[in-house]
Design a protein around this ligand. Sequence first.
Ligand code: ADP
Ligand code: MG
Ligand code: ZN
Length: 480
Amino acid sequence: MYEVVIGIEVHAQLTTNTKLFCGCSTQFGDLPNTNVCPVCLGMPGALPVLNKRAVEYSVMAGVALDCTINRTSVFSRKNYFYPDLPKGYQISQYDQPLCLGGGLDITVDGRSKRIGITRIHMEEDAGKLLHQGADTISGSTHSHVDLNRACTPLIEIVSEPDIRSAAEARAYVETLRQRLLYLGICDGNMDEGSLRADINISLRPTGSDQFGTRTEIKNVNSFRSIERAIHSEVARQTALLQAGTPVVQQTRQYDDATQSTRPLRDKEDSHDYRYFPEPDLYPLTISDEWITHIRSQLPELAEQKAARYGELGLSQFEIDVLLSDPSVSRYFESVTALGGRPKDSAKWIVGDINAAFKETKQSFDDTRFSPDRLVELLALIESGKISGKMAKDILVECITSGKSPAESVAASGASQISDTSELTQIVDKILDQNLDVVEKVKGGKSNSADFLMGQIMRETKGRAKPDLVKSLIADRIAAR
Ligand code: ADP
Ligand code: MG
Ligand code: ZN
């Protein structure tokens, strides 16, 4: 039997407006090669200038992952050739990184476990190759180079080989992503490459304290792929070891179509990169005061929000959905700040609003149905003007038309009927039309009363106040 050993390197793009060493925009999706300058194009003689905001974000990550922040760290050149790297080297950090020795708690199947973090260092991203006629370089006729992404700030977060299963690996990347999202330093968008994971995997005989030879699966870009890639690589290595064939240290690529990994290149050693200190940048020094300041300004993290929402009486499911993205929890918190009751607000956000926003492709940050509209809707329900059922329709109407809930109710004339004398008349009319059913109810058949209720709702187009109708039916039948 073998034990699975996994360590993960996560590259996270920082959400600064400009690049790490120049003033070019980091905007995703702009026309190729429009956000470039001599520095990020790697022109000879162009000098890098370090982006202070990127350093601040990196320190935030270090503090929020319990790392030690090195008061002095050093940028180094990592030399290699690739068409997306015009300078011929990447500016990274090597033997003196910004952060050392932290950890992240994850929970799998209700059990919590701490995954050690070896280091966090800062580096610049490379450009992007767009292979023509195929998804990968093999099989393509030619490739385009887009250098908009070159020199975008990244942090690389390296875990200890503490992870023992695909489920733990997934939980680690999910928890880490959420931590960065709530810090507001990374948008976590895996499709756009803002968060990429390299998964290192090895096997060893259960009980052994030696590590086996690892392979590294590069740039896995979804949670599902992380699990699948690990399953397939573990199966491959198991088969090799059982056949007595040694695992070759290798960089591999996962292909979701075949759900298998294939070799990309033999794993390089760090001496292959000829690292040396970047001569165009001073060592990075950070004061104690700045770290203290950054620590004091840290936003509330997802775990802290979860605990607070729990105290408000929300279910675990509701908490998970509200925390699934900072825009959702921001929305929820605006609604409650405006007076929405937490439990009711959460129920609507997690249910109907979430579904309606998905369907109409609106985001919680940018929607016509702003938090004050939900507060208005909740107030209409609470005052008895509309029923919960009517509110669902009004919600959809408001989201599509942009009307406020009150406007929508006024326009449709669809307020709830809660006037007792008006409802009594309607109840009497329906009872007169259904004398046989009335007899059944008198004889003890309670589901016949449901039929009467249905008729009254039909008559009032769903606007009658249900609990009032229910008691009126009982009263009026008893009075006959
Ligand atoms: P690099 O990939 O740059 O050569 P490292 O040696 O620092 O870097 O290792 C990178 C990652 O590989 C770390 O997350 C580490 O935990 C993990 N790792 C190292 N050895 C093993 C191993 N034998 N099995 C699984 N993961 C490993
Ligand atoms: Mg690596
Ligand atoms: Zn530039």
